[in-house]
Ligand binder design. Structure first.
Ligand code: 4AD
Ligand code: MG
Length: 460
């Protein structure tokens, strides 16, 4: 099997090794060159030592930052500090050069804004290498967590005719000729002639289909891209983001909150155990409190509080908020962060929100005003999870749908779950990139996904 730099760095000295990777730096003197080579398997570079008497000068000149090399030599104990082993090179093949005049990733540090403009190359930087490896580890841990608990991975569709959250923030999917739209007799667009014979969009959430899975398989999760055409230019919103959505039959709101808390703690602990080098790098370069914060979340009990109690705390805070608070308003990130960072100093699960600021499917409380929704609020992030116990009563669900004047033509199958063998059930959605903001300490959501989609940007 082909060995990678990570394997060599943690292994024993040996003769006749082959290392392949991209040059991070080259330094040295007239007798010897030291090349730091990285292949993405770890944040750490391997040092390649070249005795210049044995190498052609023209070849050595072409070895510059960004070039791709195949090096044959011996893995020997290193003379220098900073690494246990290094490669004494015998033979170097240059796979590809990188002209120093035009290769944008030279040794100096670059701003995150600049790196977004070269998103095709930024995975080659230390920061993005670390973030992308952690992203992978978190995706793997999500599957492991649910698989170990007996949840089934259900693939929910990306193209849909329903709007789960009812916010109308959907990207339309059509093959109609936009320059020549077919019209009905009333002059409306005739979607019966569209590809699916109806109006369709990219999904904002896999939940509705997730509920179909949970009411058959018991406990399921879906994990995939979701799309929101909301014009929010903030460090926490993407137009295309990944969401993890478990849905469980026979869970009430308390079982739900237990799972939410256990799940996030598991993921953070998994990162602490499995991504040590990358976290140490990010802690040093991006956020000096990162590892401390991760450890503290794993070891503290989250606060559980009703929305009504939360509003009271905010009103009594004497704090001047940009958006004023009173019972009934949707909480802004400044309010969420006040509760989490200033008031409690730990994650908060807020429950029992006013029904008018939450989606139609949430279980209605007896007070007629609130629903069993839960938002998990995190330091630096604000809302990281949104979930709820679902309304299981056909009558109550239908009443709410009527109150909201929702069009049910595309929801009949969802309503059927309440007609046939309805059951108490709950579920939540974790924004995968919001989790990654927390775990990496990065401050902009555009920098924890390889190729971000936001208003007016869809390059790469
Ligand atoms: O709170 P939301 O809108 O909930 C739902 O979509 C439910 N159907 C989930 C469920 O119960 N199965 O979104 C869930 C989470 C939020 O808490 C947030 O972390 C993330 O998705 N999120 C976004 N992340 C990045 N960019 C956006 N525009 C996001 N909108 C929501
Ligand atoms: Mg939400």
């Amino acid at each position: 099997m082909m060995k990678r730099i990570k394997d060599y760095l943690s292994g024993q000295p040996q003769n006749d090794v082959v290392v392949k990777g991209w040059v991070r730096t080259k330094r040295g003197n007239k007798n010897v060159a030291f090349i730091a080579l990285n292949d993405g398997s770890t944040i750490n570079n391997i040092q390649v030592v070249c005795d210049l008497a044995k190498f052609d000068e023209a070849l050595m000149k072409q070895i510059t930052t960004g070039a791709c090399l195949c090096v044959r030599g011996d893995l020997v104990p290193s003379m220098g500090s900073g690494q246990a082993v290094e490669v004494q090179a015998r033979e170097i093949e240059i796979y590809g050069t990188a002209d120093p005049e035009s290769y944008p990733l030279q040794k100096k540090g670059h701003s995150m804004e600049f790196l977004r403009e070269i998103a095709h190359l930024r995975p080659r930087t230390n920061t993005f290498g670390a973030v992308l490896r952690i992203r992978h580890a978190m995706a793997f841990a999500i599957h492991k967590f649910f698989n170990d608990k007996g949840f089934y991975y259900l693939h929910t569709p990306l193209i849909t005719a329903s709007d789960c959250e009812g916010a109308g923030e959907m990207f339309q999917v059509t093959t109609l000729d936009l320059d020549n739209l077919p019209r009905t007799e009333e002059g409306k667009i005739d979607y019966s002639q569209d590809f699916f014979g109806r109006q369709t969009s990219l999904t904002v959430s896999g939940q509705l289909e997730g509920e179909l899975g949970a009411t058959a398989l018991g406990s399921i999760y879906t994990f995939g891209p979701t799309f929101r055409a909301e014009n929010s230019n903030t460090p926490r919103h993407l137009a295309e983001f990944w969401m993890v959505e478990p849905e469980m039959a026979f869970y009430d709101v308390n079982d739900l909150m237990d799972l939410e808390e256990e799940f996030i703690k598991y993921l953070v602990q998994y990162a602490l155990d499995n991504c040590q080098d990358d976290l140490a790098f990010l802690n040093k370069m991006i956020d000096p409190e990162l590892i401390e914060r991760l450890k503290s979340v794993v070891s503290t009990e989250f606060v559980r509080l009703t929305y009504t109690e939360g509003i009271k705390i905010l009103e009594a805070s004497g704090q001047k908020f940009e958006f004023p608070v009173s019972w009934g308003v949707d909480l802004q990130s400044e309010h969420e962060r006040y509760l989490v960072e200033k008031h409690f100093g730990k994650p908060v699960i807020l429950t029992d929100y006013p029904k008018d600021i939450k989606a139609f499917y949430m279980k209605q409380n007896d007070d007629g005003k609130t629903v069993r929704g839960t938002d998990v609020l995190f330091p630096k992030i604000g809302e990281i999870i949104g979930g709820s116990e679902r309304e299981a009563s056909l009558e109550k669900l239908n009443r709410r749908i009527a109150e909201l004047k929702m069009d049910t033509t595309n929801l009949w199958w969802y309503i059927d779950t309440r007609r046939f063998g309805t059951c108490p059930h709950s579920g939540f959605g974790l924004g995968f990139e919001r989790l990654l903001l927390f775990v990496t300490g990065m401050s902009n959501i555009r920098d924890v996904i390889p190729f971000p989609r936001t208003p007016k940007t869809a390059e790469f």
